[in-house]
Every structure is written in structure tokens, then in C-alpha cells.
Design a protein around this ligand. Structure first.
Ligand SMILES: Nc1ncnc2c1ncn2[C@@H]1O[C@H](COP(=O)(O)OP(=O)(O)O)[C@@H](O)[C@H]1O
Ligand SMILES: [Mg+2]
Length: 285
């Protein structure tokens, strides 16, 4: 079989952090890796030339620009992980909730708020869960996630969210779950890592806010929920945030392009898992 070529769309920071590891491990596996740096000036011709050499592409960053590139690459008929379709739910917290409900996957109770502040307030009153978590339907690293103890605070937060960005994005309200944040990294249909994200400073435990990580044991129940979820989302490489309410697991969100380095000593093993999946997907064509 001809040596497979894997393209990795990345940014300078990621390339510095992981590029070398990708190269070294790919070499051992007898595949070629082409790193495509999205931080460079964008030239469609050279981009297309590089992409066309690849059997498969992995986009390791997520932003609006890389979504456009993903769609472009799909149009050119080259396989890319993740598919643009998977963003429909993973990058939209409301749609994620709707999907979970549809597939009977436990998730915190959530409502979509009207864009009229008076309606939103009356919806919150009816929801009646205080404190309440308010989030923009998209966002990352906890930037647009806040907790309101009461109506006045909720109103302040909503107004701030609508003012902060130039766009008035929809906001969801969600029951507050008192829980550490559990992260499960999934590659293909395989759970490759677990990390308990403890944050001593407060309730928000995202990658950047969390102070310490430690692995945790996954039980059959959570394993089943996770495998079902990655299947209906059709996502291949992801980090799933989970909370626990009275002994019951609740899925909070599924992140594409997850950090692969929660534990430095496992970084290589996780990158190898990513490459194994990409090679397998490239051969399936
Ligand atoms: N409903 C909730 N109850 C308790 N904590 C929450 C809730 N929603 C979010 N959090 C905390 O805030 C963090 C960020 O929220 P998340 O929905 O994952 O947004 P982001 O996409 O910005 O990471 C979570 O990892 C968790 O620690
Ligand atoms: Mg998160």
C-alpha cells in the first residue's frame, strides 16, 4: 500500500507544542505528516496544493476561519476530521441539549431565552432554578458562562453578554450542578483518557481555570452514555465534559479539537491514538 499522507491544520502555538511529536510518531508508523499552519498568511493556491497531497486532514484548531476551511476541503472531496456537520451540535450549546433530549442522554435542564429582556426574565422566573447558569449558545473556555443568584444578577449578566460581543447571540439558562468537572477524551469509539478537573477557586472548572487534574475511574453507565453520544454526534476526536448530580452522570458538552496534553506523560500515547484513527480513516476510503 502507498504511504499515507496526513495533513494537520494547526496554528503556530499548537505546532510548537505538538508538531514535533506528530512528526516523530508518524515516522515510526510509516506515514507522512504535513503541517499546515493557519497562522501564516493565507494563500488559497498553496493551501489547495498542500491539501490535495493528503489522504486525510485533521483540523486541530477550532474557530470560524477553520470552519470555513473545513467546508472548503469537503467541497474539494478530501476527507477531514471533524466533518463540518458535527459542528452543528458541538459548537451550539442549545442544539447539544436538544440532541441529548432526543437521544435520552442525561444533561442539565436547560431553556433557551428570548431575545427580549422582559420575556427572558419571565422565562427565568418560570424556570425557577436558582442559582442559574447563563451561557451564550457558543463560546469557549468559560468566557461566556456565568452564575446568577437571582433575577437582578441574571439581568445584568444577560445585558453584559449582549453588549460584550458585537452580535446579540442567543443565551441559554441551565440548572446549576454542584460538581467537579469530569473530562473524558474519546478517539474513535475508544475512551483514551479521563481527567477530573478540580478547581479550588470556584465552580468553573475549564482547562484554563482548573488547577489540578487527576484520572478518574469510568463506570459502565458513563461509558455507555458516552459511546452513544459520540455516535449520534458523529464526532471522532473529542473531549467530553461531564458533571455528577446525586450519583447520576450528566453530559455538559462535547468539545472538538480537545487538548491532548492533560497529562504530559501521556501526551505521546494520545497523539499516537489520533494518528491511528487518522490512518484507519484514510485507509477506509
Ligand atoms: N450547569 C452547570 N452547573 C455547574 N457548573 C457548570 C454548568 N455549566 C458550566 N459549568 C462550569 O463552567 C465550565 C464551562 O462551561 P461550559 O458549558 O463547558 O462552557 P465552555 O464551552 O466555555 O467551556 C464547565 O466546565 C463547568 O465547570
Ligand atoms: Mg467546556
Amino acid at each position: 500500500m502507498k504511504k499515507k499522507t496526513i495533513g494537520i491544520l494547526s496554528c503556530s502555538r499548537e505546532i510548537e507544542k505538538e508538531g514535533k511529536l506528530f512528526f516523530e510518531i508518524a515516522k515510526k508508523k510509516g506515514v507522512k505528516v504535513i503541517l499546515i499552519n493557519l497562522s501564516d498568511k493565507f494563500d488559497i493556491k498553496s493551501f489547495k496544493r498542500k491539501v490535495k497531497q493528503c489522504d486525510i486532514i485533521y483540523c486541530s484548531v477550532w474557530d470560524d476561519f477553520s470552519v470555513e476551511l473545513t467546508k472548503t476541503i469537503e467541497e474539494w472531496g478530501i476527507k477531514i476530521i471533524e466533518s463540518s456537520k458535527s459542528y452543528y451540535c458541538t459548537e451550539d450549546k442549545w442544539m447539544f441539549y436538544v440532541k441529548c433530549k432526543k437521544h435520552n442522554v442525561p444533561t442539565p435542564e436547560t431553556i433557551l431565552l428570548s431575545e427580549n429582556i422582559n420575556n427572558a426574565k419571565s422565562e427565568l422566573k418560570q424556570f425557577g432554578r436558582w442559582p442559574v447558569i447563563l451561557k451564550r449558545i457558543n463560546g469557549t473556555m468559560g468566557e461566556y458562562v456565568e452564575k446568577a443568584r437571582g433575577m437582578a444578577e441574571a439581568e445584568q449578566i444577560i445585558k453584559k453578554f449582549w453588549k460584550k460581543g458585537s452580535e446579540k447571540l442567543p443565551i441559554i439558562a441551565q440548572e446549576f450542578i454542584e460538581s467537579p468537572s469530569y473530562r473524558v477524551t474519546v478517539i474513535g469509539n475508544k475512551i483514551v483518557q479521563t481527567a477530573l478537573k478540580k478547581n479550588n477557586a470556584g465552580w468553573k472548572a475549564t482547562g484554563v481555570y482548573a488547577k489540578r487534574f487527576e484520572p478518574f475511574d469510568i463506570d459502565k453507565k458513563l461509558e455507555r452514555i458516552i459511546k452513544k453520544t459520540v455516535k449520534f454526534l458523529d464526532i471522532k476526536i473529542c473531549g467530553i465534559d461531564v458533571l455528577k448530580k446525586g450519583g447520576k452522570w450528566l453530559l455538559l458538552e462535547v468539545n472538538g479539537q480537545p487538548s491532548l496534553d492533560f497529562f504530559e506523560e501521556e501526551h505521546e500515547r494520545i497523539i499516537e491514538e489520533v494518528l491511528n484513527l487518522l490512518i484507519k480513516a484514510a485507509e477506509e476510503k
